[in-house]
Design a protein. Structure first.
Length: 198
C-alpha cells in the first residue's frame, strides 16, 4: 500500500480473496464482504475506496445496490459498453459503470486462450487502433487489464512494451488516465450526457 500511495495509484476494492465468488453470496454475506473490504482498504489508505471490481468479476442481483449504499461511486464489473453508464439503485442513488476490459485482459488471453505475448500485444494494438478510429464520433474508454505474474515475464513484457509504446506515440489524441478520474469527470457532466442519467 505504501508504494501504491507513493505513486498515487487508484486503489480499487476487489474483495477479500479471489477464491470467493461474490455473485453466489446471499445479501447479508455480500454486504459483509463489501463492508470488510472497505474497512481494510480505508484503514490502509486513509480513506475508503470509491471503486469496486468484484472478485471473479462476479455480481449478484443486488451488488450495485449494496455498493451504492456503502458509498461507492463506480464499479467495473459490467462489460456492456465502451462508455460509462449510470445504474439506478434501489435506494435512489446512482452508481457509474466504468468499462473494464474482459478481452484485453492477460488472464483470459494468456491463461484461458493460451495467447502468446506477441498475440496479446497485437490484440492491444488492434483494439486501440479500432477504438481510436471509432472515437472520432464520440469518446470511448479502452482499458487493459494486466497482472504482473503473467505479463511481467521478460518474454511477454517486451511485447507489452511494444504495444504500450504504440499507444503512447498517439498520446496527444488521448486521455491516459485512471478509472477513478473517469468516474470523477463523468459525475461532473451535465445531466443526460451519459446513458442512464436521465
Amino acid at each position: 500500500m505504501a508504494a501504491a500511495l507513493t505513486h498515487r495509484y487508484d486503489i480499487i476494492a476487489h474483495g477479500r480473496t479471489n477464491s470467493e465468488r461474490q455473485g453466489t453470496l446471499d445479501e447479508t454475506a455480500e454486504k459483509r464482504l463489501i463492508s470488510e473490504t472497505t474497512e481494510i482498504i480505508g484503514a490502509a489508505e486513509g480513506k475508503p475506496p470509491k471503486g469496486w471490481l468484484g472478485p471473479w468479476i462476479s455480481e449478484s442481483r443486488v451488488t450495485p445496490d449494496l455498493l451504492a449504499e456503502a458509498g461507492y461511486s463506480y464499479l467495473l464489473d459490467w462489460g456492456i459498453d465502451d462508455q460509462p453508464i449510470w445504474f439506478r439503485t434501489r435506494g435512489g442513488k446512482r452508481i457509474l459503470s466504468v468499462p473494464y476490459p474482459q478481452e484485453i485482459n492477460d488472464i483470459p488471453a494468456i491463461v484461458a486462450r493460451r495467447s502468446t505475448g506477441t498475440q496479446f500485444s497485437e490484440m492491444i494494438v488492434d483494439q486501440f487502433d479500432e477504438m481510436l478510429a471509432q472515437s472520432k464520433s464520440g469518446p470511448l474508454v479502452m482499458g487493459i487489464a494486466l497482472h504482473p505474474y503473467l505479463v511481467g515475464y521478460p518474454y511477454r513484457l517486451r511485447e507489452l512494451r511494444r504495444a504500450l509504446d504504440h499507444i503512447n506515440k498517439r498520446n496527444k489524441l488521448l486521455w491516459l488516465t485512471t478509472c477513478g478520474a473517469i468516474a470523477d469527470y463523468v459525475a461532473k457532466l451535465p445531466s443526460g450526457t451519459v446513458p442512464g442519467d436521465s
